[in-house]
Design a protein around this ligand. Structure first.
Ligand code: AMP
Ligand code: ZN
Ligand code: FE
Ligand code: FE
Length: 279
């Protein structure tokens, strides 16, 4: 059996409703999935209801964009329940940060000649964590681009013409808040971290000493050789080897829940290692 510990729904920037995500995971024969929407756990209740009576187990989670001494890292936090709590309460502030950033991005786009409005963006958002992917959807709908990814390349990606920074938690604080909320953390897609490869291991080590639980070893976009290297690093550092597809529905075409681009298998042990680290 296999699991998928990195899945997005329309509660953030996936295109499938939480219940649809769960149905797909069950159909794919997965033992468990973690719903890890950006900055929100608002999809968890619907997903859990949908999983009731099915073979697939729903693990509540969230994905955060954090900062570690100027290095941008995505952090997955697992076992974060949709109840008040130290991390949960902070998520609301992060979503407020999005709400002030999105109009700034749209203003820049308008200045650059792209005629879209906040209403156009909100039509593509199904939840409370609205962001660049929904802005990209509006640009696609208006005919400026063929796909989300093209809008990121030209405009919305880091350093793009319409890029605007947003508030991030420090990695150490996010790990502390997640732990205080009963959660276990893992660094998402470590290869996308904008640091030299040689700096990654020291970063993992520092954050592990601050309570980090794992790193995402089995990831759709990691080539097999990288997955093998990361598995060794995780084992060396005593970190859980987690994994997931980063499924976003049609937001990331050609990417399937559970199997990624076809070659992804996240073993049950990924979840067992996280469970063993629960505070
Ligand atoms: P935001 O939450 O507004 O900061 O947007 C970040 C999200 O945009 C990421 O987590 C991805 O889901 C998505 N994203 C980032 N880069 C790309 C890209 N090149 N193509 C498509 N989606 C992207
Ligand atoms: Zn996303
Ligand atoms: Fe991410
Ligand atoms: Fe993700």
């Amino acid at each position: 059996m296999a699991v998928d510990l990195h899945v997005h729904s329309s509660a953030s920037d996936g295109t499938d409703a939480p219940e649809v995500v769960v149905a797909r995971a069950d159909a794919a024969g997965l033992r468990a999935i973690a719903l890890t929407d950006h900055d929100t756990v608002s999809g968890v209740a619907e997903a859990r209801d949908a999983a009731t009576g099915l073979a697939v187990e729903l693990i509540p989670g969230v994905e955060l964009s954090v900062d570690h001494a100027g290095v941008k890292i995505h952090l997955l936090a697992y076992f974060i329940e949709p109840t008040p709590g130290p991390l949960q309460d902070r998520l609301a502030m992060l979503r407020d940060g999005r709400a002030s950033r999105n109009p700034m991005i749209i203003k820049r786009l308008n200045q650059l000649g792209y005629a879209i409005t906040m209403d156009d963006v909100l039509r593509h958002a199904g939840g409370d964590a609205v962001g660049r992917p929904h802005i990209a959807d509006a640009l696609v709908e208006a005919g400026y681009f063929a796909a989300r990814s093209a809008a990121f390349v030209d405009l919305l990606g880091d350093g793009g013409a319409a890029y605007v920074e947003r508030e991030r938690l420090a990695a150490s604080e996010a790990i502390r808040l997640a732990t205080e909320s009963g959660g276990v953390t893992s660094i998402a897609h470590p290869l996308t971290i904008n640091a030299d490869a040689a700096d990654l291991r020291p970063i993992f080590e520092e954050l592990r000493d601050g309570g980090l639980g794992g790193i995402e070893v089995h990831y759709s976009e990691h080539p097999p050789a990288i997955r093998a290297q990361l598995a060794i690093v995780a084992s060396d550092l005593g970190l859980a080897a987690t994994g997931g597809s980063d499924y976003h529905g049609s937001g990331k075409p050609d990417l399937q829940i559970g199997s990624g681009h076809g070659d992804l298998v996240v073993p049950d042990s990924a979840l067992e290692e996280l469970v063993a680290r629960r505070p």
